[in-house]
Design a protein around this ligand. Structure first.
Ligand code: SAH
Ligand code: SF4
Ligand code: F3S
Length: 466
């Protein structure tokens, strides 16, 4: 019934986009929607209303790919009722599995890599009999001039400032599936941020796989951060993910001195063992990472930190794993995303193979997560009784008359709703109780003046992962 309703509203073909993977993919889906809207498509929220279904996929771990293949075969059944339905696969998996995808998922009409989205309208027109596959990478593509379709009424928006990656960490598919690193022109970034500010967006998250390596002509990441902070109406600025290797003094100074840049960094370390880091080709030693954390904490009061860890990488022995646990204890990250190593074809580490059994990886994962849960809880318990400016995003997930938003340190805070408070307002919240993942409290005072919020800097964290 819903399908026929949407057809009544408009004759524009309906497209449904489902997104997997990191924030870069979330931002890319908005870009894809912007491109398709301009070509006359409309967006629908349910696959059974769609003329075109697009899955924007991730290839970072094998598990991510398996999920998508399962989902695709479910969606293909919608063809029984809608024979004209087109099914497309976009993103990193399109690039990574380009040779085998059409065998694994013969019902696909379209396979499009991350640098081909400008050609999507044309590809969709052509995908009538034989599937269209376009996975050409383009080292210049930054989608300049495309207006992404950001979420309506959102308080926070993602802005992609660089695409691709040149780091080639031994475990990682990103440089192969996203191609060479390239940065968007600063004026294009600022135009987009200004447009978002005019729509009432309060918080900007700048995105890139090594976002602090951003460079366009004379403009480096520190300058870009300052330019974004200068946009009126934007109250909070964040970015993800910075790479430890590119955390220059200029970038640290910009974070420390720009009040709008929030005191929270997601700084992936991957392992606490030098031996493992070297095989991973991460380009730093544990001691350098530790020293960087010290510099950051000294420069940025009340900084919250999170990280990514891989357990069970090639050659990781008990001592290496213990070193990772030790680093977690020592740094006391507010949160950590911990993954089992997944051997990926085409990467440098592929030919090295797996040396840690699946069972051992599972045990290490469980041990590391349990430790981090205790650490995260301890970090949050220290916040009880303190006040934080919370930028309200909307009703709390469980409703109950509660609102939710983020502290400067990107912790989720939940508190009772009161008259006159809504999304986009910043309110001072006193923390009353905590879990390892969120804070619960009550408004401490009247809403703060816009712009005054970011100057209060206190510890906390939970994190996005690019
Ligand atoms: N560019 C970011 C990481 C992006 S990928 C950075 O280098 O900081 C997000 C995370 O996925 C990585 O930090 C890593 O912890 C994890 N990851 C990447 N490849 C993986 C693999 N083959 N197996 C398991 N985890 C992986
Ligand atoms: Fe690039 Fe990050 Fe992957 Fe390393 S882990 S290759 S920096 S995306
Ligand atoms: Fe996945 Fe691609 Fe992001 S591989 S993590 S969606 S860049």
């Amino acid at each position: 019934m819903k399908g026929s309703q949407s057809a009544d509203i408009s004759l524009a073909p309906a497209v449904y986009v489902e997104t997997y993977g990191c924030q870069m993919n979330v931002a890319d889906s908005q870009l894809v929607m912007g491109i398709l809207r301009r070509a006359g498509y409309q967006r629908v929220e349910q696959p059974d209303q769609a003329d075109v279904i697009l899955l924007n996929t991730c290839a970072i771990r094998e598990h991510a790919e398996e999920r998508v293949l399962g989902r695709l075969s479910d969606l293909a059944r919608l063809r029984n009722r809608r024979p004209e339905l087109k099914l497309g696969l976009l993103g990193c998996m399109a690039q990574h599995d380009r040779q085998t995808l059409l065998q694994k998922a013969p019902y696909l009409d379209l396979v499009a890599g991350p640098d081909t989205y400008a050609r999507l309208p044309q590809m969709l027109r052509q995908a009538n009999f034989d599937p269209i596959v376009d996975v050409r990478l383009n080292r210049d593509e930054t989608y300049a001039g495309v207006v992404p379709e950001h979420e309506p009424n959102a308080v926070r928006a993602y802005v992609t400032v660089m695409r691709g990656c040149d780091e080639f960490c031994a475990f990682c598919v990103v440089p192969y599936v996203r191609g060479r690193e390239r940065s968007a022109a600063p004026d294009a970034v600022i135009d987009e941020v200004q447009a978002l500010a005019r729509r009432g967006v309060k918080e900007i998250v700048l995105l890139g796989q090594t976002v602090n390596a951003y460079r366009h002509g004379e403009t480096g990441f520190a300058e870009l951060l300052r330019m974004v902070c200068a946009v009126d109406g934007i109250e909070r600025v964040r970015f993800t993910s910075p790479h430890p290797r590119f955390m220059s003094s200029a970038v640290i100074d910009a974070i420390a001195s720009e009040p709008k840049v929030q005191p929270y960094l997601h700084l992936p370390v991957q392992s606490g063992s030098d031996r493992v880091l070297q095989t991973m080709a991460r380009g730093y030693r544990v001691g350098e990472y530790r020293a960087l954390v010290e510099r950051l904490r000294a420069a940025i009061p009340e900084l919250a930190l999170s990280t990514d860890i891989i357990v069970g990488f090639h050659g990781e022995n008990d001592d290496d794993f213990e070193a990772t646990l030790e680093l977690l204890r020592e740094v006391s990250f507010d949160s950590a995303f911990i993954f089992k190593y997944s051997l990926r074809e085409n990467t440098k580490a592929y030919r090295l193979g797996d040396t840690v059994s699946e069972t051992e990886k599972g045990e290490r994962l469980a041990t590391a997560i349990a430790l981090q849960e205790r650490i995260s809880l301890l970090c949050n318990q220290r916040l009880v009784g303190r006040d934080f400016p919370v930028l309200i995003e909307g009703e709390a997930r469980r409703g109950n008359g509660m609102l939710s938003g983020k502290t400067p340190q990107f912790k989720t805070a939940v508190f009772p709703a009161s008259d006159g408070l809504g999304p986009g307002d910043t309110v001072l919240v006193r923390v009353e109780s905590v879990t390892s993942h969120s804070l619960r409290g009550a408004p401490a005072k009247a809403p703060l003046q816009a712009g005054s919020a970011p100057e209060v800097r206190r510890p906390t964290g939970e994190m996005p992962t690019v």
